[in-house]
Design a protein around this ligand. Structure first.
Ligand code: GAR
Length: 193
């Protein structure tokens, strides 16, 4: 079985979209793939509660319990490695990862970012896209490299920025497309494309 480990921090709606697509599209039968664990760095994450209720294997690892990023990433890897994952998917995982962690999962560490990279790396992407006068915004699924929000682009989804858009309105429009984009990119990956 090809194991997929998903890392979250908050609402976990992208994780839910991935889990539901895996079930609906029969990733287990088509490609022998399953979501084998959901790991959150926050105990109060709504996504974690959803995954637990769904009977998925879950774990919490609070970054606050560690003195350094390196120590947190080491402990995180110790939770991930027993799954021998084909893919480690960052789905709203709001931690900057150390170069050592990124190297450990090189080629199988993937992130979704709420902008059309290479534009608007980092935080507050929707407000910045509106203020820059962009006509479109979107989301990017990309391989993770040591440089934040860089790495080979695996797929993008584009939405319009409408007159009078607020960051929240734009974020909701982008997020609904993220829920289509991320599962489709992962399915393509599993299919060997
Ligand atoms: C998503 O919009 C995701 O692209 C973004 O956080 C949100 C998480 O939502 N990720 C980042 O900003 C990463 N830097 P979710 O928890 O409902 O999936």
């Amino acid at each position: 079985m090809k194991n997929i480990v998903i890392l979250i921090s908050g609402g976990g709606s992208n994780m839910r979209a991935l889990v539901e697509a895996a079930q609906r599209e029969g990733w287990d039968k088509r490609w022998g793939a399953r979501v084998s664990a959901v790991i959150s760095n926050r105990a109060d994450s709504a996504g974690l509660a959803w995954a637990q209720a769904r009977g998925l294997t879950t774990a919490v690892l609070s970054h606050r319990d560690f003195a350094s990023r390196e120590a947190f990433d080491e402990a995180l890897a110790a939770l991930i490695d027993p799954h021998q994952p084909t893919l480690v998917l960052l789905a709203g995982f709001m931690r900057i990862l150390t170069p050592g962690f990124v190297a450990r999962y090189a080629g199988r560490l993937v992130n979704i970012h709420p902008s059309l990279l290479p534009a608007f790396t980092g935080l507050d992407t929707h407000r910045r896209a509106i203020e820059a006068g962009c006509a479109v915004a979107g989301a990017t699924v990309h391989q993770v490299t040591a440089e934040l929000d860089h790495g080979h682009i695996l797929g993008q989804a584009v939405v319009p920025i409408l007159p009078g858009d607020t960051p929240d309105a734009l974020a909701a429009r982008v997020l609904s497309q993220e829920h289509r984009l991320y599962p489709s990119v992962v399915a393509r990956w599993l299919a060997g494309a």
